[in-house]
Write a protein of this length. Structure first.
Length: 402
């Protein structure tokens, strides 16, 4: 123990030096804390259990780091300082220090016993979720407390097991029921939790369908709602339909395509247009990309997908006309999505596009623009750059119109 306290003092005295030495070291997030990949930023985020957060002041926003799940040197320093300041019990202090200290010396390979000590101090995900579901379902809870519970649940359900536990806790049905709450802020966050829970999680997708999620989401998207509610409802719908032909079939039967068509056309939801097109594009591509990885349920999926006749419906409902509207955007990634989508709906729309002289001349003008951009890209040594790719897409569409 003496040696250990010497180390601690050593750490304190030489903190700056140590921190400098460990700037590039990766401090792993303690086992039992929640780590997820933020798909929007590509960053890993970690959320420490509340008990550790309170003691150290580290929270999930602060531990976000660019390319590793590490704490920054500054954060670590502050956390150590705070630990010292707060008179937490000696045993806890030793445990926590020992963990961080192991990290410092061994470039972050905490010993098994450190991890065991730490996890004994933590609540399991299941316990946290039980508490959050209760908090959310508590009629005495304020709106703010409910929203907080939903945000924390959203964080947890990215893990497949947690999302399945949400079902057994009765939380999933509570969330689905909240989609038609009279509080828009609860509707929005409930849709967010739902979307994250069903993402890449077939068991939860099935359960959500049975719980009536699809109808409720379509109702939100088809009626007058605040934009943030629609945005999250669209996210949940896309996650529910993804790789789930059974839900896609019902989506079409329930008039889901009409709902999305109206949403695309409606004023005030322009920012959702590219998301709507992406959802439809993904459905088409997913179906045609089926043969890539045949597995045991391949035949059954083929049969289910064969009932999802999206392409003819798209042209019937005016999408040949709607998709090129995205091209008018000055943003390249929006145009890219439009060009790719035009290519996938080319079969039913070709006659329509051939008669549209405006489309061809617009494509010719952006062809010139991308030729110049691709050229300068090549001059900078990028042979297969982004603009080259866009140029190839434009030319491919033009080729199909001739
Ligand atoms: C929510 O609260 C109601 C009423 O108190 C209760 O009947 C129900 O079982 C609770 N649901 C969950 C999932 O905890
Ligand atoms: C939400 O829908 C359910 C069933 O569709 C209904 O029982 C409930 O009253 C609705 N809640 C609100 C606030 O409209």
């Amino acid at each position: 123990l003496n040696l250990f306290f010497f180390f601690i003092r050593f750490v304190h005295m030489n903190l700056i030096v140590w921190i400098n030495l460990t700037v590039h070291a990766v401090i792993p997030v303690p086992a039992g804390s929640h780590v997820r990949l933020n798909l929007q930023t590509g960053e890993r985020e970690a959320k420490l259990p509340d008990s550790i957060q309170e003691t150290t002041g580290l929270n999930r926003k602060k531990v976000t780091a660019k390319d590793s799940n590490s704490f920054s040197a500054q954060e670590l320093k502050e956390a150590l300082k705070k630990l010292k300041e707060e008179a937490i019990s000696l045993a806890d202090e030793v445990k926590t220090f020992s963990f961080y200290f192991h990290c410092l010396i061994q470039l972050c390979r905490p010993s098994q016993s450190d991890l065991e000590d730490l996890s004994a101090m933590m609540e399991t995900d299941f316990q946290v979720m039980t508490r959050l579901v209760q908090q959310f379902n508590n009629s005495q809870a304020s709106l703010e407390e409910k929203v907080t519970a939903l945000l924390d649940l959203e964080y947890l359900v990215h893990q497949v097991d947690n999302a399945q536990d949400l079902i057994s806790l009765g939380g999933l049905q509570l969330i689905i029921n909240t989609l038609n709450s009279s509080e828009p802020i609860l509707q929005e966050h409930a849709a967010f939790v739902l979307g994250s829970a069903v993402s890449s999680n077939p068991r939860v997708q099935v359960e959500a369908m049975e719980g009536g999620a699809l109808q409720k989401l379509l109702l939100l998207l088809g009626t007058d709602q605040p934009l943030p509610v629609k945005k999250k409802a669209l996210f949940a719908l896309a996650s529910l339909l993804r790789h789930f032909p059974f839900a896609q079939q019902h989506f079409l039967k329930l008039g889901g395509l009409q709902v999305l068509t109206a949403l695309f056309r409606s004023r005030g939801s322009e920012s959702l247009r590219v998301r709507v097109v992406t959802l439809l594009y993904d459905m088409i591509i997913e179906k045609s990309g089926l043969d890539a990885v045949p597995d045991a349920s391949h035949e059954e999926r083929l049969r289910q997908y064969s009932q999802v006749a999206l392409l003819p419906l798209l042209s019937e409902q005016g999408w040949c006309n709607l998709v090129p509207e995205l091209l008018a955007s000055p943003e390249h990634d929006m145009r890219e999505k439009a060009l790719r989508s035009i290519l996938v709906i080319m079969t039913p729309c070709r006659d329509f596009y051939r008669q549209d002289s405006g489309l061809a001349s617009f494509l010719t003008s952006i062809q010139e623009q991308y030729t110049a951009l691709a050229e300068s890209e090549r001059e900078h040594g990028e042979d297969d750059g982004y603009f080259g790719e866009l140029l190839a897409l434009v030319e491919s569409v033009l080729g199909k119109l001739r």
